[in-house]
Design a protein around this ligand. Structure first.
Ligand code: ARG
Length: 269
């Protein structure tokens, strides 16, 4: 295909994995007895940051806080659209102190933060996609938060139900390729939600279970370049066929906590 995809420069907020660890288990990927190689996690994370910058994206960082081992997963901190910040309210008590740290960062960067009333975990489950916000529930973010986010932004919010605990956040089962299209793993969704996705995205890229389990859908696209885990080989072939440019970044050490590329990346729109 001779299609030329056009990238859009992004602004990202990230958090170095200085205190990254697996000390509690709040999703099926995590095991309390897991040993984490902090140096490797740091090196993988730095490779991601370099890849973003090499492709023209602006990357900022929040100071990591000791005792918050999941703070590296910046995508859970908020949803930001047109400079308006809808904050987070974490499901797990272990992650709740992250809210304050991120809120402080946003305030210092000149943003007002709207504190949500219902449990919601930022872009992990609330994903801006062109004219919509795609919204996951089932494990973390509640349906009530979908309504809250729609009222706050005034953007049509599409509720999707996640049914497989390995895909506990929407961003583990789906990612946005550009304003018009997405990639996803259908079996992560309830039958009704699958139909909704088929209607909205008849031309979507469909991932296999192997690619999804490799965190292939926890990817970031700038409209042309797709930062994606190298283990998702089938997905990488499909992206290439559709005219996208895969940029493989290995985040295997972060997978031990149930996160990968997108989880480490908060977009500021
Ligand atoms: N250990 C973290 C948790 O379970 C991983 C978060 C991954 N973040 C994401 N956006 N999917 O909360």
């Amino acid at each position: 295909m001779s299609l030329t995809r056009v990238p859009r420069p992004r602004r990202f907020l990230t958090c170095a994995p200085r205190y990254f660890d697996v000390r509690y288990a709040i999703n099926p990927w995590m095991r309390e007895d897991t040993e984490v190689d902090t140096d490797l996690a740091r090196a993988q994370w730095e490779t991601l940051i370099r890849a973003y910058r090499d492709h023209g994206h602006r990357v900022e960082s929040i100071e990591p806080v000791a005792g918050l081992p999941d703070m590296v997963f910046a995508a859970n901190s908020a949803v930001v659209l047109e400079g308006r910040v809808f904050g987070s309210r974490f499901h797990a008590p272990q992650r709740r102190p992250e809210q304050l740290a991120y809120e402080r960062w946003f305030k210092a960067a000149g943003f007002d933060v709207h504190p949500p009333e219902s449990v919601c975990e930022g872009e992990g489950d609330l994903i801006p996609a062109g004219p919509y916000i795609l919204a996951g529930s089932g494990f973390r973010t509640t349906r009530a938060a979908h309504q809250e986010v729609q009222e706050f932004f005034g953007v049509p919010t599409i509720s999707l139900l996640l049914v497989d605990p390995y895909f506990y956040h929407l961003d583990t089962a789906l990612f946005v390729l550009d304003d018009r299209n997405i990639a996803y793993y259908p079996e992560a969704f309830s039958p009704g939600s699958r139909e909704v996705l088929e209607r909205l995205y008849p031309d979507a890229l469909i991932a296999t279970r192997d690619d999804a389990m490799a965190f292939g859908l926890n990817a970031v696209s700038d409209g042309r370049n797709v930062f994606v885990t190298p283990q998702a080989t089938g997905l990488i072939d499909q992206l290439t066929d559709r005219g996208y440019v895969p940029v493989p970044v290995d985040m295997s050490e972060l997978h031990k906590a149930g996160g990968s590329i997108k989880c480490c990346t908060q977009e500021i729109r």
